[in-house]
Design a protein around this ligand. Structure first.
Ligand SMILES: [Zn+2]
Ligand SMILES: [Zn+2]
Length: 366
């Protein structure tokens, strides 16, 4: 099934023509649980990795044997998935509440090489915004699942660009680490449903004049909404007797219907600028910190985000980006948090150099 972002609630370039100069496309990946093959784009699926090529390993010095067994992380997610809608059995409850963090691989020393975890592979034919080195049509992403690297103590991301046609025999089985630092560093296996959308630059990075125009427009919208609320309150006072409901379900249904009638709240940041969820290309949102420059360490070029790894497909504020096909499943964790990955305070980006995608990438977090 494809995934379709609803049209933006406002043609923002018609309202603010200078925004046309701050437009970029992004490809939303819309990961959903599935069983992808090596010839498909995926999150955490098998990689089209040559049988005769060494798998990336982390040789950085950090504790590698303490954390959670990868097999435990997967078992718990299977149990949670299987119990959906029926609740847990006693055995499941016991298993899920048992501590899993431990010193699971005492023989593993801090400097020993451990295999990186396969996180994603993306074919350019599926992902129009995937731009890599000339002639390379496949990006493979792996990381060391310990937040222990560099000054910022983050996961360590490995990017591998390939010409997929040059891969013969594929490596199987594929190596993976025994232990991971945190369960939220482990993505669930997902197929992807790439969809190209248009984004506009983060508000705080627009020219000041344009920011002020947008702020004033939002202020106007809020005033209008307040007036509507006041008028409704007056109506309520005189005419409508308070209703009672026979069951809680009836009450909930009435409230949901009332919510659906309310005009959607609209603002630039949530609805009109930057898409939530896993994506390739587009802009970086700086909603938790001030914008920070991400420049190439080799040539100094400003590095746009190549891949954004987001905890949420969309959250409450960005609900207008929920795909049409998922409208009836907007509370389903398999839709809202499809990959189970939570890095930083919810969001991690891999930036690459526009002058040469092989210059070392950089990470940013929100
Ligand atoms: Zn590592
Ligand atoms: Zn560069």
């Amino acid at each position: 099934m494809t995934r379709t972002t609803p049209p933006r609630p406002l043609d923002v370039e018609a309202a603010f023509p200078p925004l046309a100069a701050h437009r970029r496309t992004a490809t939303r990946l819309h990961p959903r649980h599935g069983s992808p093959g090596v010839q498909e784009s995926s999150v955490a699926g098998p990689l089209l990795w040559p049988a005769d090529e060494p798998w990336p390993v982390c040789t950085a010095v950090h504790p590698k044997g303490t954390g959670h067994l990868l097999s435990d992380v997967r078992l718990r997610r299977r149990i949670q998935e299987g119990a959906r809608g029926r609740g847990y059995t006693e055995d499941e409850e016991r298993l899920l509440t048992a501590p899993t963090r431990g010193h699971h691989a005492p023989d593993l020393h801090d400097g020993d090489p451990v295999p990186s975890l396969a996180v994603a592979q993306l074919y350019a034919r599926d992902v129009p915004d995937l731009v890599g080195p000339e002639g390379h049509d496949l990006l493979q992403v792996l990381w060391c699942p310990f937040e222990a690297h560099g000054d910022a103590r983050t996961i360590d991301v490995v990017l591998k660009w390939r010409r997929s046609a040059e891969v013969g025999a594929v490596l199987a089985p594929q190596p993976e680490p025994l232990v991971v630092g945190r369960a939220e560093c482990v993505p669930d296996v997902c197929v992807v449903h790439p969809e190209q959308v248009v984004e506009h630059e983060y508000l705080g990075l627009l020219d000041e004049g344009l920011q002020e125009e947008i702020d004033a427009w939002e202020e106007g919208l809020r005033d209008e909404a307040d007036q509507v609320d006041d008028a409704e309150e007056e109506d309520d006072d005189c005419s409508v007797p308070p209703r009672s409901y026979a069951t809680y379900e009836e009450y909930e249904a009435a409230m949901a219907a009332a919510r659906a009638e309310e005009p959607e709240e609209l603002d630039y940041m949530s609805d009109l600028s930057i898409a939530p969820g896993w994506k390739v290309g587009g802009f970086a949102s700086w909603h938790l910190t001030d914008p920070a420059p991400v420049d190439c360490g080799v040539c100094g070029a400003a590095m746009p985000p190549l891949l954004t790894v987001d905890m949420w497909e969309c959250d409450g504020a960005s609900r207008s980006w929920l795909p049409v096909e998922d409208r009836d499943a907007s509370d389903d964790p398999r839709v809202i948090d499809p990959t189970g990955v939570h890095l930083g305070r919810g969001l991690m980006r891999v930036h690459t150099c526009p002058a040469d995608p092989l210059h070392p990438h950089r990470l940013s977090f929100q």
